[in-house]
Design a protein around this ligand. Structure first.
Ligand code: ATP
Ligand code: MG
Length: 724
């Protein structure tokens, strides 16, 4: 390869980083300054100039999409694929290591990955076995605890002390959970990393082999490494390897998952002789976008500090749109996309970013309505969501009792004490006699005695329920039929009684489904031979197929969370839901300080994805989690300099003022009411007593001890508190 080609398209600092003699390097630089480009060119340099073998190189990134992108960029630069280089995420590379050495890692050959949904399910089951009330014990907290310990490299036996009886129970559950996973050959996401780390730590011949092999390790997005990832890199690098890390402290957005931007400092200490190189020119964004990003991030206190500049022209100002509600917001975005296509541009150049996955629902609806192809990342398609799949399975079973997949899914959802033995028996009879699961269940009930009296009555209960629902809902309109099924099967209660955020969103999805059913039945005339329900179901299935097909089509607008957008770039970016309580999130408002700074870094990541055009939208009111709430515009909007932004008015509707930097916050006058000793009620945390009050004005913070023994600091102006 032509060495000039390799270096010519780089600036001076980039060239220094790429062509330096082999050694440890830290490239510390802001968004869009070419960090990933440096990494890719460095790999090419190592191959071509340093004559390193492909096998000696490992490059680590954070998302699958980013690792694919890195491989593509390298293949393009080199002209031929370099398949022997290990390029992947921490998880995929750990998986690869474990597959190669499953025996030494104590795993069966066919070990399976346990996704987080399954992880929740498994723990739920184990808690039940241990007679722990899932209403009292939050599964999310236990999952969080286990994952956190794994990320710290700790096994149950390593946790020798605990701070409370609660933690003691968690440790016990961690142990049981791990035993079950080990017995069943299941590996959760955190386990992948920990297992791979332990493999290298405990098996010296394997460690020696990889330490000698990977003499060049390169890590992208290093600011988001957590403890175990850092240890993983450290042990793999040994004494022979040269490590290049690139990162940006301003883009550290996984603190909540244990990432430590301090790992950057740790690297400088641990890898002696590491040289720091800074890049300051941004090549991605036009000037207005860059100015806005620089201004926004300057509001953060905890920074290593850097300023980016660009030779690019100012470009369009950042558009800010105030929508009436989430529908108006989605329609505005879709209209803008249509205008973009009319200008001859591609949809694939555009991305819509949001804070939480649930915000995608309404966007999807309008995109589908207007026939705009889209691709959803990291989220689940509406009809593939668990709660919707549960409901659909009941509907399918009502239409066709012989639908085995639907039968398997709902026979014990919600739990109705139909045990593994009964299920095994049903499966056995079904395969012995070549009949469906439904028929097999009926056969078993007819024969009696096969599964015992109690088990028979539970199974019979299920069969009767489905038959009865079929009979009594047949004549009902589709939406009422769905509602009745949700109620009588217990699905509705199952999600309603769980108080976690995820379950609230599930209820909202089920409500959305009912709306859909209602719209569908009002737009259809009954076909003669099929029922409306049958039509509805087959339309949904076709729709799923189409959406999947359209995903394969290249030109589609991308939809993803802000977190998932890290490292990517798009000509046009929309960030929707820029409202206090959504972005920044309510949790970050309640906790303030570092949490709020992490949200701001996330906004910085979102803004710096844009190359040419950036649009921020917020709605005056929004329906989320089944409730309609009015929100104030995000403070991040008011932190953007006036000269970079342009307000888009929606016809004659009055807009809120964005240019006023001292936005009035809704709860600002409340602060004077709060005093120590007062009893208060928080919309999320419940009742509690104020035990401390500090600061003034917008910075006033109060400390509350809640009845569930949680003690929290809250910002007085935002806290959703009422005085008792
Ligand atoms: P992020 O922090 O978002 O991950 P980054 O620092 O990794 O960004 P890159 O993605 O490597 O930045 O580069 C941003 C864009 O700028 C890319 O389109 C890249 O091709 C381009 N670019 C980088 N350096 C140069 C250069 N010297 N000349 C021209 N274009 C460049
Ligand atoms: Mg990058």
């Amino acid at each position: 390869m032509d060495i000039y080609k390799l270096l010519n398209c780089l600036n001076k600092q980039q060239r220094t980083a790429v062509s330096a003699p082999r050694g440890h390097f830290l490239v510390l630089a802001g968004a869009g300054s070419g960090k990933t480009r440096v990494l890719v060119h460095r790999i090419a340099w190592l191959l071509d100039v340093e004559k390193c073998s492909e096998k000696s190189i490992m490059a680590v990134t954070f998302t699958t999409k980013a690792s694919k992108e890195m491989r593509d960029r390298l293949d393009k630069l080199m002209g031929i694929p370099k398949e022997n280089i290990w390029i992947g995420t921490f998880h995929s590379l750990s998986y690869r290591l474990l597959c190669s050495h499953y025996l030494q890692a104590g795993l069966p050959k066919n070990f399976q990955i346990l996704d987080s949904d399954d992880q929740h399910r498994l723990l739920q089951r184990l808690m039940k076995c241990k007679n722990l009330d899932s209403k009292k014990w939050s599964i999310s907290k236990i999952v969080g605890y286990i994952n956190h310990k794994k990320e710290k490299g700790l096994r149950p036996k390593d946790i020798t002390s605990y701070n409370s009886l609660t933690e003691k129970t968690w440790i016990g559950l961690y142990k049981i959970y791990q035993d079950v996973c080990d017995r069943s050959g299941l590996v959760d996401f955190s386990e992948l990393l920990l297992r791979a780390y332990e493999l290298l730590r405990d098996q010296s011949h394997i460690r020696d082999y990889y330490q000698k092999r990977f003499t060049n390790i390169l890590v992208d997005e290093f600011q988001d490494t957590n403890d175990i990832q850092y240890k993983w890199i450290r042990i793999l690098s040994g004494t022979c390897s040269k490590v290049v890390i690139v990162g940006d402290d301003d883009q550290s957005i996984y603190g909540w998952r244990g990432a430590q931007a301090e790992n950057i400092q740790r690297f400088i200490q641990d890898f002696s002789g590491a040289v720091t190189i800074r890049l300051e020119q941004n090549y991605r964004s036009q000037n207005n976008i860059l100015d806005a990003a620089n201004a926004l991030i300057s509001y953060n206190n905890i920074r290593l500090g850097k300023q980016l500049w660009t030779e690019e022209r100012n470009g369009d100002p950042i558009s800010i749109y105030c929508a009436l509600d989430e529908l108006d917001e989605a329609r505005f975005v879709v209209r803008s996309l249509q205008a973009w296509i009319e200008q001859g541009r591609l949809l694939g150049e555009c991305v819509i970013l949001y804070r939480v996955n649930i915000q995608a629902g309404v966007l999807e609806e309008i995109l589908l309505e207007k026939n705009i192809p889209y691709q959803l990342h990291n989220g689940t398609h509406f009809f593939q969501r668990k709660e919707i799949k549960d409901l659909l399975s009941y509907l399918r079973l009502i239409v066709n009792r012989n639908d085995d997949a639907a039968f398997e899914r709902v026979i014990n959802t919600p739990l109705r004490r139909i045990g593994v033995h009964t299920l095994d028996c049903i499966r056995q009879v079904s395969s012995d006699y070549n009949i469906t699961l439904w028929q097999s269940s009926q056969e078993i009930l007819k024969q009696g005695g096969l599964i015992g009296n109690m088990a028979s009555s539970y199974l019979e209960g299920f069969i009767l329920l489905v038959d009865r629902l079929d009979k009594i809902t047949k004549a009902l309109p589709l939406d009422l039929q769905t509602q009745r099924i949700l109620q009588d099967t217990g699905l509705w209660a199952m999600y309603r009684d769980k108080k976690q955020e995820m379950d609230q969103s599930r209820i909202a999805h089920l409500e959305e489904f009912i709306n859909l059913a209602q719209k569908y039945s009002s737009s259809r005339h009954m076909h003669s031979k099929t029922t409306l329900l049958q039509d509805f179901l087959s339309d949904i299935l076709i729709d799923m197929g189409e959406v999947n097909n359209s995903n394969k089509r290249k030109d589609a607008v991308q939809l993803m969370t802000l977190h998932a957008s890290k490292g990517l770039e798009f000509s046009q970016v929309f960030i929707v839901g820029m409202e206090e309580g959504i972005f920044p999130s309510q949790a970050s408002l309640d906790n303030g300080g570092g949490y709020l700074e992490e949200e701001r870094r996330l906004a910085y990541v979102g803004i710096t994805r844009a190359m040419q055009r950036l649009t921020l939208t917020h709605a005056k009111k929004r329906r989320l989690y089944g409730q309609e709430v009015s929100y104030m515009p995000s403070r991040f909007i008011s932190e953007l300099p006036d000269h970079c932004v342009k307000k888009i008015s929606c016809n004659t509707r009055a807009n809120w003022s964005f240019h006023n930097k001292n936005i009035e916050f809704p709860f600002i006058n409340k602060e004077s009411f709060f005093t120590v000793g007062q009893s208060v009620n928080h919309t999320k945390f419940g009742k509690g007593t104020i035990i401390n009050v500090i600061g003034f004005g917008k910075d006033r913070r109060i400390q509350v001890e809640f009845y569930n023994q949680d003690i929290r600091w809250l910002f007085a102006v935002y806290a959703r508190l009422s005085v008792q």
